[in-house]
Design a protein. Structure first.
Length: 265
């Protein structure tokens, strides 16, 4: 495992804990599984298929992508060099979604902004699917350059924050290092930012929450696209409090920020 001082931006606990994909699968195999199956390869295969194990299983290709992304992030921290933007030098002005992502990539990478993308469209099997994507997590776990080169098409996956296949009625939800998924009977689907604990409501009929905005994006690329943007104001707030303390005023007073920022969906 990596030392605590290496757990900076881009740190992935799964990629850090498991050296190989087999190690990851083995961690979900129980003694009871081995008692009945008596074959570790069969047990691994059942875990990989989702028949055994603890909930949603990461596919082998995604695990390898996360390992690669974690290593790149580790090297970037060691070298202290800013990582090249996936959208750098890409001309995507005629593609509204890609342009919106390009406009936000740097702020998302440096931790000033978190972005949730909602996409509804038809997949390669002609099935209507929809889902919420943590843009920051995709940036850390996947090479996004092919999307900006228009060699790949950004679509929701069962491993994203939320995914729904309208034909098969398959539904999944997964937390990321940035967000916790909350299913509320009255409010519907909510996402809690793990850094500032603020809750983002993606229901277009309701307010998105503190320091968050929700915007529909008109584009022929997809049936529906929207962004929920959340600005992290913790560092600015702490800096303000320090200034207040140094001036000797407002000691013990509870402070609140009214900062809001917008994001395109």
């Amino acid at each position: 495992m990596a030392d605590d001082d290496m757990k900076g931006p881009g740190f992935d606990p799964i990629a850090d804990e498991y050296k190989t994909y087999e190690d990851y699968l083995d961690n979900q195999i129980t003694a009871t599984d081995m008692f009945y199956l008596e074959d570790v390869e069969l047990a691994r295969h059942l875990v990989e298929l989702g028949i055994r194990g603890n909930g949603e299983v990461i596919r082998r290709d995604e695990f390898e992508q996360r390992k690669e992304a974690a290593e790149q992030a580790r090297q970037a921290r060691l070298n202290k060099k800013p990582k090249k933007l996936a959208s750098q030098g890409k001309n995507v002005e005629e593609f509204p979604l890609l342009q919106a992502l390009k406009d936000r990539e740097e702020a998302v990478r440096n931790g000033k902004l978190t972005t949730i993308i909602f996409i509804r469209d038809v997949n390669s099997k002609k099935q209507e699917v929809s889902g919420y994507i943590d843009f920051g997590y995709r940036l850390k776990t996947e090479n996004m350059e092919p999307y900006f080169d228009r060699k790949k098409r950004l679509m929701p996956r069962p491993t994203d924050l939320s995914f729904y296949n309208w034909e098969t009625q398959t539904s999944t939800s997964n937390p990321t290092p940035n967000f916790q998924v909350i299913a509320d009977n009255e409010a519907g689907l909510l996402f809690k930012n793990k850094r500032d604990r603020k809750v983002i409501n993606v229901d277009p009929r309701l307010k998105p929450g503190d320091n968050s905005t929700r915007t529909e994006l008109t584009t022929p690329e997809f049936l529906q696209v929207s962004f929920a943007k959340h600005q992290l104001v913790i560092l600015l707030f702490v800096q303000f409090l320090l200034q207040q303390c140094r001036s000797g005023s407002n000691k013990g007073q509870k402070m609140e920020t009214g900062t809001r920022c917008s994001i395109v969906k």
